[in-house]
Design a protein around this ligand. Structure first.
Ligand SMILES: O=P(O)(O)OC[C@H]1O[C@@H](O)[C@H](O)[C@@H](O)[C@@H]1O
Length: 323
C-alpha cells in the first residue's frame, strides 16, 4: 500500500441524533413519566395532574409522598404536588365557591395528557439545557372532571397545567381561562411537599418582613415575619405568607437545598402538620413522616383572582436544586 503524504483525514462519523428525553405511560395509563437522557425524571399521575416523584440524575427523590397516599383516584394524593383550584381551603363566606370541597376539585379530577415538548430539536445545546415539558388539560367539559365540581361551580373554564423538567429544576405552571361569559373568582396554589432529611435542621429564608396569616393561631392570625433570621419549624406550622421577595430558599444542615421562585403568585403557604395533626390525617404515613417533609406552596390565595370571560389567570413556580 502506497503511503501518500496528503492522504485525506478520516471522515468524522455521521452526526448522531442529540440525546432525547423519553416520555412513557404506565401500563394502566394512569401515569406519565419523563426522563432526561442524563437520568433526571418526573412522574405525574393523571388524577389531579399530581406530580408524584421528581428525581435527580443520581435517583434521589426530591418530593415527599405519604406511604398511605391513595393513588387510585379515590381521594387527593397526600404528597407530591397536588394542584389547588379554584379555592384554597374552604370558603364558606364566598358564594361562588362555598359548596366546594377543601382545596377545590383540580386535585380530584382526572386530567388529560395533552402532549410533550422536548429540547430534542435544539442541536448543539449543552446537557444542562436539556428539558422536557408535559402539558395536561382539564376543562368544564372534560369527562374526568370531579362530579362535585360540575354541581358546585357552574363556570366554563379551561386549565392547562405544564410540568417542565430541567437538569436542575422543575417548573409547574398553570393557565386558567374563563371560557364563559360570566366572570369567576378563583384561587390557585401548587401544594408542593418537599422532601427533607430532618426538619429540625431546616431553615427557610426569603420571608423577611412578610405579612402572614397564621392558621394555627385563630385568635391572633395577622402577623409579620421578623426582618432578620430564618423561619425554622419546631411545631405545627400553617401560614399564608405574602412575601416581599419572589423566592424562598430552603437550607438543610446549613446547606442550601431548594430555591422556590414564584411567577405571578403573590403568596406562599408554609405547612408542616407536626405530631398531633399528622396523627389525625388518615393517609399520612409514617406518622413521623412530618420530619421528612416541608410544604412550600406558591399560590395566589390571599385574595380572589377575578377572571373575566375570555381572560385567563397564569402563575408558575420553579424549584431549583441547590445541592
Ligand atoms: O389535608 P389537605 O386538604 O390536603 O390540606 C393539607 C393542608 O394544606 C395546606 O395548604 C393548608 O394551609 C392546611 O390548612 C391544610 O391542613
Amino acid at each position: 500500500m502506497v503511503d501518500r503524504a496528503n492522504k485525506p483525514k478520516t471522515l468524522s462519523s455521521t452526526p448522531s441524533l442529540p440525546p432525547q428525553a423519553s416520555v412513557t405511560f404506565s401500563e394502566d395509563n394512569s401515569r406519565v413519566t419523563a426522563e432526561l437522557p442524563t437520568g433526571e425524571s418526573v412522574e405525574v399521575l393523571l388524577y389531579g395532574a399530581t406530580v408524584l416523584s421528581w428525581k435527580d440524575a443520581a435517583g434521589d427523590e426530591k418530593l415527599w409522598l405519604s406511604e398511605a397516599a391513595k393513588l387510585d383516584g379515590s381521594r387527593a394524593v397526600r404528597g407530591g404536588i397536588p394542584v389547588v383550584f379554584p379555592v384554597f381551603g374552604t370558603a364558606p363566606d364566598h358564594p361562588q365557591t362555598k359548596s366546594l370541597p377543601q382545596h377545590g376539585f383540580a386535585r380530584t379530577s382526572r386530567w388529560e395528557f395533552l402532549g410533550k415538548s422536548t429540547s430534542e430539536s435544539m442541536v448543539g445545546r449543552a446537557a444542562n439545557e436539556l428539558t422536557v415539558k408535559l402539558d395536561f388539560g382539564l376543562s368544564s367539559a372534560a369527562p374526568g372532571l370531579d362530579p362535585t365540581a360540575a354541581a358546585s361551580w357552574p363556570f366554563k373554564f379551561n386549565l392547562i397545567y405544564s410540568v417542565t423538567l430541567n437538569r436542575e429544576s422543575l417548573t409547574t405552571s398553570i393557565v386558567a381561562t374563563n371560557d364563559g361569559a360570566a366572570p369567576f373568582d378563583c384561587q390557585v396554589l401548587m401544594h408542593t411537599y418537599l422532601r427533607v432529611k430532618d426538619i429540625t435542621t431546616v431553615e427557610i429564608t426569603g420571608l423577611a418582613n412578610a405579612p402572614y396569616h397564621d392558621k394555627v393561631d385563630a385568635a391572633n392570625p395577622s402577623k409579620t415575619q421578623p426582618a432578620s433570621g430564618p423561619l425554622t419549624i419546631s411545631a405545627e406550622t400553617d401560614r399564608v405568607y405574602t412575601p416581599v421577595e419572589d423566592a424562598v430558599t430552603v437550607t438543610e444542615g446549613g446547606k442550601p437545598k431548594f430555591r422556590v421562585t414564584r411567577d405571578n403568585l403573590s403568596n406562599v403557604v408554609v405547612w408542616n402538620p407536626w405530631t398531633e395533626k399528622a396523627q389525625g390525617i388518615a393517609d399520612f404515613a409514617p406518622k413521623d413522616g412530618f420530619r421528612q417533609m416541608l410544604c412550600v406552596e406558591p399560590g395566589a390565595v390571599g385574595a380572589w383572582q377575578s377572571v373575566e370571560g375570555g381572560d385567563a389567570f397564569e402563575g408558575a413556580q420553579t424549584i431549583t436544586l441547590l445541592d
